[in-house]
Design a protein. Structure first.
Length: 311
């Protein structure tokens, strides 16, 4: 597995410290908090779903089940980055994150992430560092996003398989020396094999992986759910309502073929931060690809309990 690149593609430069912006959003008294609208009325919350815990499947969820935050991007401006509390985190990488109406899982809009070919690093992220997601989801976070990938990344001839990330939770270590990063993305199996990835920023070294036999679908909407738990150093993933069991990691990777680029600092432990402070969604790519990656993301929900997939 090739090492993941950081903010501007330098493996030793480190990820930026997760920023908490100063404007606090007013918390709604409703069970689900929508972001502040840019245009049009807010979406009303749906009926509550009963809590579930790591079940293989859940009944279809309401658009805004009991949650800290949900967003269908209907109140965003087409052609602009998604509005507050989201931040455009693409930096100078050449990727773009824009709301468009070309494809949507619900309503008219979704977020289109473009990671063009022609560079070994693209950071196509949009992120939340603020309320209402944090600090509410700092100790335990369930999330869901509907994802459409147009095509698998094509590895150039003779190059290492393209490694990419779809989502990550991040937080600063207790001693303030490094960021702990829990990621789900993919790499092998013609570019679509899912993987769990744990990385730390310098001076602490890790970059650990665990691969799955499950592949991310293309040319269709996929329901991606994740769960991060600080107390158990735990992360787990569901795809279209079914648990991806070989990507359930507690404390350290154990499946065949797993490993770390460095065990020197943490001994291979996937050490969660004392509190998650950031959630990133999109497409981060660490090697060049012979094709562009176009990803659409819609119907994002973050909660203290598992939400399940919409119909």
């Amino acid at each position: 597995m090739a090492p993941s690149l950081a903010w501007i593609g330098s493996r030793t430069a480190g990820e930026p410290l997760a920023r908490l912006v100063s404007a606090l959003l007013a918390m709604s008294a409703l069970a689900c908090t929508q972001k502040a609208p840019q245009a049009g009325p807010p979406t009303a919350p749906g009926p509550a779903e009963p809590a579930a815990n790591a079940s293989p499947a859940l009944p279809p969820a309401a658009p805004c089940a009991p949650a800290s935050f949900c967003d269908d991007f209907e109140d965003d401006i087409v052609g602009a980055a998604p509005g507050a509390p989201w931040r455009d985190e693409t930096g100078p990488s050449g990727a773009t994150v824009r709301v468009d109406s070309l494809r949507a899982h619900s309503g008219q809009n979704s977020v289109h992430v473009l990671a063009p070919k022609g560079a070994r690093y693209r950071r196509g992220y949009f992120a939340i560092h603020d309320p209402p997601v944090f600090p509410a989801a700092s100790q335990e976070m369930y999330g869901r996003a509907m994802v459409w990938l147009d095509a698998a990344p094509i590895t150039p001839a003779g190059a290492h398989d393209v490694h990419w990330t779809l989502l990550q939770g991040e937080g600063r270590s207790k001693d303030d020396r490094f960021n702990s990063i829990y990621r789900y993305g993919g790499q092998h199996q013609q570019g679509l094999g899912l993987m769990a990835n744990y990385e730390t920023t310098p001076p602490v070294r890790s970059d650990c992986w665990q691969h799955s036999q499950t592949r991310l679908p293309v040319q269709q909407w996929a329901c991606v759910e994740w769960h991060f738990v600080v107390a158990r150093n735990e992360m787990e993933l569901w795809l279209d309502g079914a648990e991806v069991a070989d990507l359930h990691v507690v404390d350290r990777a154990t499946a065949p073929g797993t490993g770390c680029l460095s065990n020197d600092d943490l001994g291979g432990q996937w050490l969660a931060p004392p509190a998650f402070q950031s959630l990133y969604l999109g497409w981060e790519r660490y090697q060049d690809s012979d094709n562009d990656q176009n990803v659409w993301i819609d119907d994002v929900v973050v909660s203290q309990t598992r939400i399940g997939c919409p119909e």
